[in-house]
Ligand binder design. Structure first.
Ligand code: NAD
Ligand code: DAU
Length: 358
């Protein structure tokens, strides 16, 4: 038995070394010193412990290198740390990779989620004392036309292997509520942006390419629309829902901030040009229209009225301000970006942790 006793809750946060997970881990560790936060992450290409160096010596933080798709590793963590709650973010998260290789997405997103559910079901006797919080995506609802918004009861209509695997996970999570009474909560969120995002996703990819003077690839005509949310607003919503949402409920989370990809890329060009005192329009000539993503969802937009009505949550950071902060962060963390691009970040675990359970 490891030292989980003495803490009010022992929360397994999966995928905590990734983009959103790192912000969620930091928020829980800092806001709740009486909770033990166990970050369970397989450190795939998307996991980066350099996102969490400031927490390494926090008394209520532990890192466990483990794979959610390996039932035995998940069971061992549940037993060793007497896990009372789960906040589940670990996933294969990039749509383009899911098109190239769907198998890893089913393994992690579906089988991995099932393993966590099985361990929670088998370990928790009193459902009122626990929470299984599943972090999902608005992409499970499919693609919108020019009008309308996703609401919590929108039908599932996933169109990429990524969103299909997330939808499969959502269905399993709900099934464990109905069948076994597991106290689950699901959130479905739109596109996040901010510090620590892997530069395969649109915003950090464009910022990185702007800093390196490279072309700026825009799929198709750039008319697809996404709704953008500052990542720390998402972390705040997860915290709120984890503590207050009723078992079995689900909530949509979004930025109330729709923009076409081409407008977003032009905005990033303007903000970077302004930051470096370049002539207005200097970077736009780097925009290159490239082949479209197969099955590219046209538009995502979220109706956030349920989370606002129930808990008063709304996004706090306007897009332009959040983008300025994001650009500032990437400019001030060129070493982070370089370590990611060179692959050096993958050495961090080996250099800083000498046993598997950290
Ligand atoms: P990310 O790719 O940045 O991070 C994923 C993390 O999961 C990494 O640290 C990786 O090492 C870990 N991981 C992957 N496979 C694992 C496995 N088998 N076992 C243990 N750990 C594993 O992802 P993100 O963008 O931070 O997304 C986090 C979650 O939020 C995902 O579930 C995603 O579906 C969801 N989500 C993301 C967004 C977004 O805009 N990024 C929006 C809505 C929902
Ligand atoms: O909506 C939530 C989802 O948002 C999350 O569930 C996913 O994990 C997350 O990756 C994100 O999915 P998207 O596919 O919307 O994000 P991405 O950053 O890959 O692409 C955003 C838009 O930009 C999309 O319409 C495709 C386009 N794009 C993307 C890249 C990488 C380009 O035009 N050029 C690019 O190079």
């Amino acid at each position: 038995m490891m030292e989980a006793s003495g803490f009010k809750r022992s929360i397994l946060i999966t995928g905590g070394a990734g983009f959103i997970g790192s912000h969620v881990v930091r928020r829980f560790v800092k806001q709740y010193p009486h909770y033990l936060v166990v970050n369970f992450d397989a450190l795939t290409y998307a996991g980066n412990l350099e996102n969490l160096t400031d927490l390494e010596h926090a008394p209520n933080y532990r890192f466990v290198c483990g794979d959610i798709a390996n039932l035995q590793e998940v069971r061992s963590a549940f037993e060793a740390w007497r896990i009372s709650d789960v906040v589940h973010l670990a996933a294969e998260s990039h749509v383009d990779r899911s098109i190239a290789d769907p198998t890893a997405f089913v393994r992690t997103n579906v089988m991995g989620t099932l393993n966590l559910l099985l361990c929670a079901r088998d370990s928790w006797n009193d459902s009122t004392a626990h929470r299984f919080f599943h972090v999902s995506t608005d992409e499970v609802f499919g693609s919108l036309g020019q009008e309308g918004y996703f609401i919590e009861s929108s039908p599932y209509d996933p169109r990429s292997p990524y969103s299909a695997s997330k939808a499969g996970a959502d269905h399993l999570v709900r099934a464990f509520f109905h069948t076994y009474g597991l106290p689950i909560v699901i959130s479905n969120c739109s596109n996040n942006y901010g510090p620590n995002q892997f530069p395969e996703k649109l915003i950090p990819l464009i910022i990185n390419n702007l800093l390196e003077g490279r072309d700026l690839p825009v799929y198709g005509k750039g008319l697809n629309v996404r709704d953008w949310l500052w990542v720390m607003d998402h972390a705040a919503a997860i915290d709120l829902l984890f503590h207050r949402a009723a078992p079995g409920s689900s909530y949509n989370i979004g930025g109330n901030c729709e923009m076409s990809n081409i407008a977003l890329v032009r905005l990033l060009c303007r903000l970077v040009d302004e930051k470096f005192g370049k002539t207005p329009g200097a970077s736009e000539h780097k925009i290159t229209f490239v082949a479209d993503r197969p099955g590219h969802d046209h538009r995502y937009a979220i109706d956030t009225s349920k989370i606002f009505a129930d808990f008063g949550w709304k996004p706090t950071v306007p897009l332009e301000e959040g983008l300025r902060q994001t650009i500032e962060w990437y400019v001030n963390h060129r070493d982070w970006l370089q370590n990611v691009c060179s692959g050096a970040y993958r050495e961090y675990y080996r250099n800083h942790y000498d046993s598997k359970s950290g």
